[in-house]
Structure formats: structure tokens, C-alpha cells
Ligand binder design. Structure first.
Ligand code: 5GP
Length: 190
């Protein structure tokens, strides 16, 4: 997606060889016009998948996911991140290790909002090692629903997440694929 790549080139800050900061349009301040274009692109890519719900994780996944939901006319749910929970039977829970924060969170979704038979499109802002996406997919599967696909705004293709998700049989569509962040520069994959 050229508009997104241009935005990353103009405004992205390479924090290290591993981490890209995009606080000006996705992770802190959010660009609604760009988010809408991202939503349209996810809707176009997954138009034939029979999507009934969109699932993301708070907080940076919410903007692209709600825009996709708006275009596709389906509800959007965001998984909540919580430190540690006492056992409850009204929520689905999975453990997710956070790549950027180096801590494990439990992510939760209410059983009210995910039902058997749902076709769920998973959306997230970044894909690194695939922890968040696998956690979300496990919640979908706990609910007896199926994963319609995984839509990622920025994939770091030099990390293992995309390959692992594809090997597990999921359809992954990333709108920008970063091949390397070496020498403080963003290099995109073809
Ligand atoms: P994964 O679970 O695939 O290892 O990492 C994806 C999650 O970690 C995303 O939800 C995102 O919040 C965060 N993340 C991973 N890499 C980056 C990065 O380079 N920049 C930012 N801003 N977030 C990242």
C-alpha cells in the first residue's frame, strides 16, 4: 500500500534494528484518513472470506480494525490486556508475550461477543514474532469460530511471525512489509 509506505518513510523512527516507531500516525497520534484507507484495503483483500466479526488487541489495533469493520459492516471486538486474572468462566483467556514490553499479558474476550460459526478477521498494527496474532487466533478457536484471515498494517518480515502463521495455515495479508531496519533505515520487501 503506497500511501502507507510513504508515511512510514516520511515519519517512521527506527528505534533499533528490531523496532520501528510510528507514533505520529498509528501508535499514539492516529491519522484517520490513512486509517480509513487501511480499512478499505483490508475490506477489499478479505471480501470473499465471509467475515462476520473483526478481532484486534488494544490499543493500536483498534483504529485500523474499526475502519475495516465500518467498511465491511461487521462488529469489531478488541481483546483486553490484563496482568493476571483470577479464574472466570465468562471470558476467553490466552497468554501473550509482548515483544516491545518484554512481559506476558493475559488477553481476554467476553464469551458474549464471539460465537461458534463466526468467521473472524484478525487485525493488528504490527507483526513481529506472531505472539499477539497466535493468541487472538487461539481465542477464536476456543470460541468454536474460525479465522477468516489475518490483516497486518506493518509486517517486519525479518522476524518469524508471518512465516509461522502461514505455516500454521492462516492467510496473512500485510499492507507494508519491512525487510530490514538496519543502519537506521527502513527497507521494504518487494
Ligand atoms: P508479535 O506479537 O507479533 O511478536 O508483536 C506484535 C505486537 O507487538 C503488536 O501488537 C505491536 O503492538 C507490538 N510491536 C511489535 N513490533 C513492533 C514495532 O517494531 N513497533 C511497534 N510500534 N510495535 C511493535
Amino acid at each position: 500500500m503506497d500511501l502507507l509506505k510513504q508515511k512510514i518513510t516520511d515519519e517512521g523512527i527506527v528505534l533499533s534494528d528490531q523496532v520501528l516507531k510510528v507514533d505520529s500516525f498509528l501508535n499514539h497520534q492516529m491519522d484517520p484518513v490513512l486509517m480509513m484507507e487501511i480499512g478499505k484495503e483490508f475490506a477489499r483483500l478479505f471480501a470473499e472470506e465471509g467475515v462476520t466479526r473483526i478481532l484486534t488487541i488494544e490499543s493500536s489495533g483498534i483504529a485500523p480494525a474499526i475502519m475495516a469493520g465500518l467498511v465491511m459492516h461487521v462488529p469489531m471486538i478488541f481483546a483486553r490486556k490484563q496482568k493476571s486474572l483470577t479464574l472466570r468462566d465468562d471470558i476467553f483467556v490466552e497468554k501473550v508475550f509482548s515483544f516491545t514490553k518484554k512481559e506476558t499479558n493475559e488477553i481476554t474476550v467476553s464469551k458474549k461477543y464471539m460465537k461458534p460459526g463466526d468467521r473472524v478477521l484478525i487485525i493488528d498494527d504490527f507483526l513481529a514474532h506472531g505472539e499477539a496474532a497466535f493468541g487472538l487466533a487461539k481465542i477464536v478457536e476456543q470460541a468454536g469460530a474460525s479465522v477468516a484471515g489475518i490483516g497486518i498494517v506493518i509486517e517486519k518480515s525479518f522476524q518469524q511471525g508471518a512465516d509461522k502463521l502461514k505455516e500454521a495455515g492462516y492467510r496473512v495479508e500485510s499492507l507494508a512489509r519491512v525487510a530490514s531496519l538496519e543502519n537506521g533505515t527502513v527497507r521494504f520487501a518487494e
